[in-house]
Design a protein. Structure first.
Length: 254
């Protein structure tokens, strides 16, 4: 009887411990499960909140399309405006350059001389040395004959020397024999040369000269022409070939 009671006590104690362990395990599983569900629910709620927040910041497709279209129009308008400004500036600059060029061209226009025209006398006076490129003329100063590609027109020192025709001043120089000299190009191969001038001439290289415009004044002759007295040494070239001035100058010399 005592043995039976001892057996029951031992088995009852074991059963109680096993039951307690089983209950503890079940409770632990239950708590873990609840914690898991709570964490999952919190994560879902957080994701929902984040999604809602993000969606609130995202513009609709229509809004984005409208904004893009407005930006494109604004950019296009700016480009067109800038292009128009550049074109206007370019046109203004081109027009200004054209005007300047036109003015320069107008300043450089003169009537070209041709074979049908006559030149006017640069000074009036007697011819004291003739043109002769074949047999030559007698040079009173050098006391010898020499080829002469010009004529010498007697005129008092200080007399105005005038351009025989329109043209452009091609050269100005001083020569030991010819003294101060002005060269005018009349176009079409015609060139006139005025020598034995005072050094202080009234024109400069590049000047457009009208017929009859004063170039300078007759000076005292150089030592190579002293026997002729004060005079203008006048030469004409046609295509770089000396031409007798009396054949080109007007017939009246008064």
């Amino acid at each position: 009887m005592n043995n039976d009671n001892n057996f029951l006590r031992k088995n009852g104690f074991s059963i109680a411990i096993c039951s307690f362990i089983a209950i503890a395990i079940v409770a632990s599983i239950y708590v873990s499960y609840n914690n898991f569900n709570d964490n999952k629910t919190a994560e879902i709620e957080n994701e929902t909140v984040i999604e809602q927040v993000n969606k609130s910041n995202v513009k609709s497709y229509k809004e984005t399309e409208t904004l893009t279209e407005a930006t494109t129009i604004s950019t296009t308008e700016k480009i067109e405006t800038t292009t128009k400004k550049v074109e206007t500036t370019t046109e203004a600059t081109t027009q200004q350059e054209t005007n300047i060029s036109s003015n320069k061209d107008d300043d450089k226009i003169f009537s070209l001389f041709d074979d049908s025209k006559e030149m006017s006398w640069p000074v009036f006076g007697n011819i004291v040395s003739n043109f002769d490129i074949t047999t030559g003329v007698y040079d009173k100063t050098l006391e010898q004959y020499k080829i002469s590609d010009s004529i010498c027109i007697s005129s008092p020192a200080g007399t105005d020397v005038k351009a025989s025709a329109e043209g452009i001043v091609e050269n100005i120089f001083i020569d030991d024999e010819l003294g101060q000299t002005v060269v005018i190009n009349h176009g079409n191969g015609w060139v006139s040369t005025y020598s034995q001038l005072e050094e202080d001439v009234l024109v400069a290289v590049g000047d457009i000269i009208k017929e009859g415009e004063v170039l300078g004044k007759v000076s005292e002759p150089t030592k190579y022409g002293v026997a002729l007295g004060p005079h203008l040494d006048f030469k004409i070239l046609k295509d770089d070939t000396p031409k007798n001035p009396t054949e080109v100058l007007a017939q009246i010399n008064e």
